[in-house]
Design a protein around this ligand. Structure first.
Ligand SMILES: [Zn+2]
Length: 175
């Protein structure tokens, strides 16, 4: 398989063409910049190889515990991490879920220590949807779409490179 370093290099090389493509499609500098930034993030830190002990995984530093269950649960190079359709989708939902859990735990602990009483399930869900609304109105739908598109594209480049390398290896085996 291509090494982490090769994947990084291809991600970096893809940024200029990605910028051109995003600009052609959106004609908006801010949206294009977001797509490029998300492609970079998707390639370096939010990519398919979070399913194994990889550069992407170790780049999360002390926060890499977030991805530990993901790493254990999904087999390396399975369709749930490397698939063009499911890879990014699963990661976005997984990451949002983990962040939600951490926030809810924070709200719970805060209520416990500040008010001396544990909050109910409804209160916690209300806190979470308030946070969600806040993020959505602060970031905007267009920007969120640009980020998801960039994350998907960054991961897609990774998967395509993996697939190309496999094909090249098989061809070499034939000869
Ligand atoms: Zn991979």
């Amino acid at each position: 398989m291509p090494s982490g370093r090769t994947h990084d290099l291809v991600t970096l090389l893809s940024l200029a063409p990605t910028a051109v493509l995003a600009w052609t499609l959106t004609r908006d500098p801010a949206t294009s910049a977001l797509v490029v930034a998300a492609t970079l993030f998707g390639g370096l830190m939010f990519g398919p190889d979070l399913d194994t002990a990889s550069r992407q995984y170790s780049r999360w530093g002390p926060l890499r515990f977030i991805w530990w269950p993901y790493r254990v649960f999904f087999a390396h190079r399975s369709r749930w991490s490397h698939g063009l359709l499911f890879g990014t989708l699963v990661r976005v939902f997984y990451f949002t879920g983990i962040v939600a859990l951490l926030l809810i735990a924070g709200v719970y602990l805060r209520a416990l220590f500040v008010h001396g009483a544990a909050p109910g399930m409804t209160e916690m869900l209300e806190a979470w949807s308030a946070i969600q609304r806040e993020i959505e109105s602060a970031v905007g739908r267009r920007a969120m779409l640009a980020v998801v598109a960039g994350l998907w594209w960054g991961a897609a480049i990774h998967t395509l490179l993996d697939v190309l390398a496999s094909i090249a290896r098989k061809l070499l085996d034939i000869f």
